[in-house]
Design a protein around this ligand. Structure first.
Ligand code: WT7
Length: 636
């Protein structure tokens, strides 16, 4: 196990050390891993053109650090407890040895099917152990995985496959999700009609959904691994070789492929897992995220397994077969650490405490949240009813781009405060700047959250477009990594994340670009233009409000049917997570003379707060505001 912080003074000491001498600090953390060759230099960096390298010259394989480094002691320990969607289906457990063998066997399948170091592999799978096996097998042979959340549409999947020029797709026949069975392979088939880079598709049989297997391209997982060798020598990777690409939304229409590399990502995810959660060898860690998101990458797969942890992998949804499913799973597997999203807490809160009382949750030691700001009510409910007032709540702030947890309490060490992510992890140097980029020093300040020094698991580039990464993260504020979040530092120096300050909305902990949703809406033949904003939503955190200008031909159509048809379009273009909660048809959008949409006004109307709309004199036609207010059913 990695060394860890145990006390508040220990944290303060480590933090000071990490800032005063980052190289020594990270050197000593990295030394606790297995490197085929150690690094010549800890870090070299330049934020002007985003050139960041960690553990330079180091050679390693991340799976060797999960398996070979630990097998001697961990072989028979459970690595993954698989809890299927249907609670009556038997639980599957894989020991470290079994997982190791599966990973090696599947790595050999990848090799046999022409995948080599540096090739990209798209993974579009259910939350089954095979998703982790596929990721680790890629890492084993040095292929770069790009996991795509299986809720994304065929066209989103195709965009991601094409952007990465993936050579292979690993998928399943279908996915079980609550009472539904989703025909995943059919989505892949549709996507591949517009992808020329893919040579092979490996299909896991999960639901027995009938599928079309294309001869020469499609291979069943179970047939491919049959009788295969469980010996595989890990590929030697450079510390800065790409480990994975993960697509995420930004303020422009096209999701970008965030690139993480091997050495730094390994060191940072393992370090933060051990410290933030204070994981101990007998603990059972359950992160409810999907492996399609960064949370699943860092805190279901890499961080925990690098620490020899036992993780629960849950295939289903919180409300199936009943609303007590989460608590039933905690009781069944004696979960000690539960890491989930505020949106899930709020959704379950709505059913009261009775579903909780039906279960023995006494195994719980630590509760975690991630993905969006947590409101105080949800925080207290989580702390009091789920944790019975005995379990620290770690509100962990981070991003796809940061690779690992950046600002968070250390469980049981940092005194918590509801709604606050509290203090930065060792090695993380946050700064708050105003809109002109001036640093706001001291406490009781509020502004844009930036980071001024590199950390090992930070984004290295956006795949295929380095300029884009530089422009998105390093141009807004000179010399700083800009997170896109607003933040407040209170009188105690504690950080409270206020939410995105760019055109990104956070719906149930999922990041969506307003432009991305607008593009999807605009692809509808009867739509002329649209503008999308976020607004506070009781369960989702933020909901999606779309203002839509229709073509005159739309007059012939029933407005309710049109709304349905718009939702279908968005589902087809992006996926169900991007469906607007409210659609308002308008004849005009509030634009400035230079043609920019004044989103501030649209946000106010969506929030149903028209008391202070601010200055509207720069609008080309201020009367459109009245029409929009009127149309929203609000009176001035
Ligand atoms: C955005 C990143 C990090 C894994 C899941 C989301 C928001 C994340 C918190 C938190 C308030 C949070 C931020 C951030 N966010 N964690 N604890 N408190 N906001 O990853 O999809 O890359 O989204 O999620 O706005 O920028 P992501």
């Amino acid at each position: 196990m990695l060394t860890k912080i145990n006390t508040l003074s220990g944290y303060l000491y480590e933090y000071q050390k990490s800032v005063a001498n980052p190289e020594d600090f990270w050197d000593s953390v990295a030394q606790q891993f297995y490197w085929r060759k150690t690094w010549d230099k800890v870090v070299e960096w330049n934020f002007e053109n985003l050139d960041v390298k960690w553990f330079i010259g180091g050679k390693l394989n991340i799976t060797e650090n999960i398996f070979e480094r630990n097998l001697f002691t961990l072989g028979e320990k459970t690595a993954i407890i698989f809890e299927p969607n249907d609670p009556n289906e038997p639980v599957r457990k894989l020991t470290y040895k079994e997982l190791y063998e599966e990973v090696c066997r599947f790595a050999n399948v990848l090799l046999a099917n022409g995948v080599r170091k540096g090739d990209r592999v798209a993974i579009y799978m259910p939350m089954t152990p095979e998703a982790a096996i596929a990721m680790l097998a890629c890492a084993r042979i040095g292929a770069i995985h790009s996991v795509v959340f299986a809720g994304f549409s065929a066209s989103s999947l195709a965009d991601r496959i094409n952007d990465a020029q993936a050579k292979m797709v690993i998928t399943s026949d279908g996915n079980f999700r609550g009472a539904k069975t989703i025909e995943v392979k059919a989505v892949v088939d549709e996507a591949l009609q517009s992808c020329t880079s893919v040579e092979k598709v490996i299909v896991l049989k999960r639901t027995n959904t009938p599928v079309q297997m294309q001869a020469g391209r499609d291979i069943w997982w179970h047939e491919a691994v049959q009788g295969g060798s469980v010996q595989n020598k890990a590929e030697e990777m450079d510390s800065e070789d790409m480990l994975f690409i993960l697509y995420t939304s930004g303020s422009t229409g096209k999701p970008k492929g965030v690139v993480h590399t091997t050495g730094g990502y390994m060191v940072y995810t393992a370090y933060t897992f051990r410290n933030v959660f204070q994981y101990e060898p007998q603990d059972i860690f359950w992160c409810t995220a999907d492996v399609g998101w960064v949370t699943g990458h860092s805190y279901i797969v890499y961080g925990p397994l690098l620490n020899g942890a036992t993780v629960v992998m849950f295939e289903g949804v919180p409300t199936y077969p009943d609303v007590d499913r989460f608590w039933a799973v905690v009781e069944k597997h004696k979960v000690t650490h539960l890491y989930t999203a505020p949106t899930a807490i709020r959704a379950l809160m709505a059913y009261g405490t009775e579903p909780i009382q039906k279960h023995d949750l006494s195994s719980l030691k630590v509760l975690g949240t991630v993905g969006e700001p947590i409101n105080e009510e949800a925080w207290h409910w989580y702390y009091n009813h789920v944790g019975k007032g005995n379990c620290p709540v770690v509100d962990t702030w981070w991003q796809t781009e940061t690779g690992g947890i950046m600002i968070s309490p250390i469980a049981g060490v940092t005194p918590t405060k509801p709604g606050y992510a509290t203090l930065p992890m060792p090695g993380i140097q946050p700064v708050i700047v105003d809109n002109e980029g001036r640093e706001l020093k001291g406490n009781n300040v509020e502004g844009n959250l930036c980071i001024k020094f590199p950390w090992p698991s930070m984004i290295r580039t956006t795949y295929g477009d380095h300029e884009r990464a530089v422009n998105t993260y390093f141009k807004t504020f000179k010399g700083l990594y800009f997170t896109g979040d607003g933040v407040k530092r209170d009188a105690d120096g504690y950080y409270r994340i206020l939410g995105r300050v760019d055109d990104v909305i956070n719906v149930s902990g999922h990041r969506l670009g307003t432009a991305e949703v607008e593009n999807a809406i605009n692809s509808h033949p009867l739509v002329i233009e649209s503008a999308v904003v976020g607004y506070p939503h009781e369960i989702k955190g933020q909901g999606i409000y779309a203002y839509v200008i229709l073509d005159s031909a739309a007059k012939e159509h029933d407005p309710e049917k049109l709304k349905q048809s718009l939702l279908t379009t968005v589902t087809k273009v992006i996926g169900p997570i991007a469906k607007p909660d409210v659609i308002q048809f308008v004849s005009c959008l509030p634009k400035t003379r230079s043609g920019k949409i004044m989103r501030r006004i649209l946000r106010k109307v969506a929030e149903k707060d028209i008391s202070n709309l601010g200055d509207t004199t720069t609008l080309l036609d201020p009367t459109v505001v009245d029409e929009i207010i009127e149309g929203a059913g609000l009176r001035q």
